[in-house]
Design a protein. Structure first.
Length: 105
């Protein structure tokens, strides 16, 4: 389970996610259009290799980001959606270390 949202300076930080998406062959255009139309998806990049798209997500909390990732997985013609990075959009790097959200068990 994801932990509660952290704050900085009394305000909320946005959560950023990077997700790799594999789709049914020949359905790249329709999935691309579907992904581009979803709230919280900042960018969709068509790539070559094992996955078809590199998707940049942004949400107000880890819970919203999780819901968005689940929504992507449930998109018609999506075979696999694998999240490779989750981080905060402010303060990702501090003292040479990259900070990532803490996942609760």
């Amino acid at each position: 389970m994801l932990s509660a949202e952290k704050t900085i300076g009394g305000g909320s930080r946005m959560v950023i996610g990077i997700t790799m998406v594999k789709v049914v062959p020949g359905q790249e255009r329709s999935v691309y259009c579907s992904l581009k139309g979803k709230d919280g998806i900042m960018d969709v990049y068509h790539i070559f290799g094992e996955y078809d798209f590199f998707v940049v997500l942004q949400a107000k909390s880890l819970i919203e980001l999780r819901d968005l990732m689940e929504n992507i997985q449930e998109t018609h013609d999506v075979i696999l959606a694998r999240t490779i990075l989750i981080g905060w959009n402010s303060g990702l790097q501090e003292n040479g270390a990259i900070k990532v959200p803490v996942l609760a068990e």
